[in-house]
Each structure stands twice: as C-alpha cells, then as structure tokens.
Design a protein around this ligand. Structure first.
Ligand code: SF4
Ligand code: SF4
Length: 256
C-alpha cells in the first residue's frame, strides 16, 4: 500500500502525447485526483519537473537503446508502474515500423543519413520493465484512467476486461456496425472503453488489443455471415497489434 498522497510522475517516450492530453482534459475528475495524489511531473499541465515519485505513468513505446536505458532508470525509482495508452501497453501504431527491417525503414525515412543509430525494433514498455497497471486505448478512455487511479490508491489490482467491446456496445444498445455495412473489430478487441467509437456511429479499430481467448467459432460465423475472412480481419489489426505479443494470440506473426 502506498503512503497517503503519493507522488505521481508522467513520462513520455515514442508517441504523440494524446493519452496525457486525455488526462489533462479530465476536468473536475483531475481536480479531485489532485486532492489524493501529488502530481510532480506532467509537462502538458505544469512546468515543475519533479524526479522523485512513487507512481510512474509511462506513455509511449520503447524505440531506441536510449529509450530502454532511460525507462529502466526512471522505473527503478517507482513503487508502481502504469502503462498509459496503446503505444506503451502493446506498442500501438509504432509497431508498424517493425513490419519491415530497421535498415529498410531508415533508408525510406532518412535516406543515406542515419540520425538514430541506436534505433531498435519498437516494443511495449513491459518488454523492458515490469508493469503493474495497464490502461489500453489510442487514446485512453478517461473514465478508465480514473478507475485505475482508484485501484492504485486502494492498493487493489485492476483487471482489464477480457471480453469483447461488443459486450459494452450491446449494453449501450447501439445498432451494430455490421448491420450498417461497416467493418468493426469489436468482436475480438478487449473491452474497457465503454464502446466509445461505436457509441458515436463509428467502428472499433482494435486499439485496445486482442482478447486473450476470443470466441473464434462465433467470430468466424460473423465473418462468414458478412462475407469476410479471418486473414482480412487480422490484416486490419496490424494498425495496432503488429507486436509479436499481440499477433501471437492468433498464431500469426506480423513482425518481419
Ligand atoms: S496510444 Fe495513441 S493517443 Fe496515446 S500516445 Fe500513443 S498514439 Fe498517441
Ligand atoms: S458495432 Fe462493433 S462493437 Fe458494436 S456490436 Fe457491432 S461489431 Fe460489436
């Protein structure tokens, strides 16, 4: 159990900082949180740069040797480590870099100059340090962040839902995207976002990663009904789930 009013620090690696923006936009809930924790480092909302903390919230993927060393160093000071957003939890869009060899990607982006000689294949942060709490999504869903912070303060684990987004979508009484002629990854994506995108007429894009044990047979029935293939749906998953950890759940290795 942490001491009362633990110090919390946010640090970012390879990412767009959109997940921290979600936290910054929490409004009233963020003000309430500051009564319970002492935020010492969060560059989107404050200029202080505290380096002592109990709770470390990491956004972004590890993409270089320097990232690896820095992450180990800042993690060593923390009692609790939180992975914030798809870049940190599953590698997210950054894993697209791994679909070709590092040399090929560097040539395509930088030509003959190599400004990042220590670049490595991109990885989620739990391939470098032990993670205690995962907040999935691109970006994260604000209410889930609040829920995770409550668990941290109470010294309880947070169990990421291991059922599909469709469950939440049905509870929200949405018209299914498939019935509107759209393609949705909700049936095989882990829930926890309260079916955020389908609630607004859009489709799930798989940003929270794959379920551990998807109902494959039921999923195949859906795919057949709508004239889709398993390979087709897996290809759509490469946007967020190209990491070996995620793709291996379906027995498919996207990484080259
Ligand atoms: S998960 Fe998405 S929104 Fe969050 S930092 Fe990564 S790219 Fe940005
Ligand atoms: S819209 Fe997507 S998430 Fe909702 S029920 Fe249909 S397939 Fe599932």
């Amino acid at each position: 159990m942490l001491k009362p009013k633990p110090r919390v620090a946010f640090f970012e690696f390879t990412d767009c900082e959109g997940c921290q923006l979600q936290v910054a936009n929490l409004g009233e809930a963020l003000l309430e949180l500051t009564k319970l924790v002492d935020i010492v480092n969060f560059r989107e909302i404050m200029s202080e740069d505290g380096q002592e903390y109990e709770v470390l919230i990491v956004e972004g993927s590890v993409a270089s040797k320097h990232d690896e060393e820095r992450l180990k160093k800042i993690a060593a000071k923390a009692k609790v480590i939180v992975a914030l957003g798809a870049c940190a939890t599953i590698g997210g869009v950054n894993n697209l870099k791994n679909l070709k060899s590092l040399d090929e990607q560097k040539k395509a982006v930088y030509g003959s100059v190599d400004p990042v000689p220590d670049a490595i294949a991109t990885k989620p942060i739990d391939e470098v340090v032990k993670v205690d709490y995962y907040i999935h999504g691109c970006p994260i869903y604000g209410p889930e962040f609040v829920k995770v912070m409550e668990c941290i303060l109470l010294g309880k684990p947070y169990h990421v839902p291991n059922y599909p987004v469709c469950v939440e979508c049905k509870q929200n009484e949405n018209v299914c995207a498939y019935d509107k002629g759209l393609f949705c990854l909700g049936p095989i994506t882990r829930a926890g976002c309260n079916s955020w995108l389908p609630n607004h007429g859009s489709v799930c894009v798989g940003c929270r990663g794959l379920l551990d044990n998807p109902a494959s047979d039921a999923q195949k029935d859906i795919l057949e009904k709508y004239g889709l293939t398993v390979d087709g749906i897996l290809d759509k998953f490469t946007l967020y789930c190209a990491s070996s950890k995620e793709s291996a759940k379906y027995g498919k290795e996207f990484k080259k």
